[in-house]
Design a protein around this ligand. Structure first.
Ligand code: SF4
Length: 492
């Protein structure tokens, strides 16, 4: 049967209206939930004031959970699970997003994926980047996965919808592996872990231009379906984009996850594709190179190709994108950061041109793959790549690093280099949280982690997270479980 994509009009966040629309959507798809049902919203980051349009809204989740209860009252379990981004404890995102009262209302369980054991799942489809992945146990064991992405345009992957939302089914140490110039292929591989049985995209108010700090744009749409490639392809058409031009959609299609051509997708709903396009008209989408992103600001950026440069001239999924997100977090917390910031230069990858900072301005070579040789303010400088080939990065041996450890490491690097003009920052990728400390340290802006309004709830959530992890260890619960062949129901 051809996958179905349903476009429905919904102008506001009214849970009862959303519930009715989603109930009809599930019935139209005809694949009723059963067994353990896991709902995966987008909670990469959430805060009603600072990150208001980055996450799946509580009212949307409320409507979907209600609809699931309506159509499948006999489910063995109804749960909501997520791993949020930038090293924050996921508990914080559930609190900030306002999801807990909704879970209580619908008697749904919460799974904070960073507190769950990670299970190894073998992959089999080709082409693929990895032979196995780790995913939290609730994902590996669920019978029916419901994906609830937020409709967002994204400067590294153009869009983040059903396929990209799966980045949140990995704990950090696994999530960051291949989160570089091969991110598109990683996203495609992730689809093999578990099949998305029902998808409802929160496109009532979309997020424009950023992953963490998007601007609001109201298409007033809910987009539903039963195949992530088909859903994402139709969303591309809403924006006038060709899905074949979007790397991760093309990669997932190439793995046989779903159809990319409109002729192979059944369209349904009370909104035609043309009406949907009119509703989304003006929502900007596009990749932004880091040099262009910072043009006209006090940060100068230079970027050259990452390794494997015969295939890639830019690292779309790694360090350059991470700094774009980091600066916007700084700007959110300190609106005048751009005027107050000290000037500095960032260099990524195999940049070959001149580096000409004014005297005293710092130059930071970011990421393991940075390599450069020449003179900076008359001084000879040579930076060698320390990039480790991905074949050497075994997920079995991947280690997590707490956000506090990263913080201490960054303070150490920045304080040791305070009198140096040239700094080197290692990592592949260097994460958004590390970039945030970098901007605060080198640019002398406020560190978002120390803004009291955000820091106090963060610390509270972190303490609970750490205590829960400790208790689980004391009770003998393993952090990781070895390979299980995915049962057939898990394969996409
Ligand atoms: S070090 Fe950074 S820029 Fe280089 S390949 Fe890794 S993620 Fe990309």
């Amino acid at each position: 049967m051809r996958p179905i994509v349903i476009l429905r009009r919904c102008a506001s966040y009214e849970p009862d209206r959303i519930r009715g629309i989603v109930r009809e959507g599930i019935q139209a798809v005809g694949d009723l939930p059963q067994g353990k049902v896991l709902v995966k919203p987008n909670g990469v980051i959430a805060h009603p004031e600072y990150f208001a349009h980055a996450y799946t809204r509580a009212e949307f989740l409320d409507g979907v959970l209600g609809a699931l209860r309506d159509v499948a009252p006999q489910m063995a379990e109804l749960a909501v699970g997520e791993r949020c981004g930038i090293g924050m404890p996921t508990r914080l995102t559930f609190n900030n997003a306002g999801w807990h009262p909704v879970l209580k209302k619908h008697q749904a369980k919460a799974y904070f994926f960073d507190e769950e054991p990670q299970v190894e799942v073998k992959l089999g489809r080709t082409p693929r980047l990895r032979d196995y992945f780790y995913t939290p146990e609730p994902v590996a064991r669920c019978d029916y996965l419901v994906n609830l992405p937020k409709f967002k345009t994204h400067p590294w992957t153009t869009l983040t919808l059903a396929l990209k939302n799966f980045i949140g089914i990995q704990q950090d140490e696994h999530r960051l592996i291949d989160h570089d110039h091969r991110l598109d292929e990683k996203i495609a591989d992730l689809q093999e872990i578990v099949r998305q049985r029902f998808i409802a995209v929160d496109g009532i108010v979309a997020g424009e231009g950023r992953m963490l700090t998007p601007a609001p744009f109201p298409p007033g749409l809910i987009i539903m379906g039963n195949n992530p490639v088909a859903v994402d392809a139709v969303c591309c058409h809403l924006l006038g984009l060709d899905p074949k031009e979007i790397g991760h959609i093309r990669a997932a299609h190439a793995k046989g996850i779903g159809p990319i051509e409109l002729s192979e997708i059944s369209l349904d709903g009370d909104v035609s594709l043309e009406e949907g396009k009119a509703a989304a008209k003006g929502l900007k989408a596009g990749l932004i190179r880091v040099e262009d992103f910072f043009r006209g600001t006090r940060i100068t950026a230079h970027a050259g190709p990452p390794p494997e440069e015969m295939h890639f001239d830019y690292c779309w999924g790694g360090c350059p994108g991470a700094i774009e997100e980091a600066i916007d977090i700084v700007r959110k917390m300190q609106p005048d950061a751009d005027e107050k910031m000290k000037r500095f230069t960032l260099v990524f990858g195999g940049y070959k041109g001149p580096i000409e900072p004014q005297d005293g301005q710092k130059v930071v070579f970011v990421g393991d793959c940075a390599r450069w040789e020449g003179k900076i303010c008359g001084r000879a400088v040579r930076i060698d790549s320390t990039y480790v080939d991905r074949k050497e990065k075994d997920p079995h041996r991947a280690k997590s690093e707490s956000i506090f450890r990263k913080m201490v490491r960054m303070f150490w690097i920045l304080s040791r280099g305070r009198n140096e003009q040239v700094l080197r920052l290692h990592g592949c990728p260097v994460s958004v949280s590390e970039m945030t400390h970098l901007i605060a340290g080198v640019g002398r802006t406020k560190n978002p982690y120390f803004v009291p309004k955000a820091a106090v709830p963060f610390l509270r959530a972190y303490v609970v997270f750490a205590v829960v992890r400790l208790f689980k260890r004391l009770l003998g619960m393993p952090d990781r479980k070895r390979a299980v062949e995915p049962p057939p129901r898990l394969t996409a």
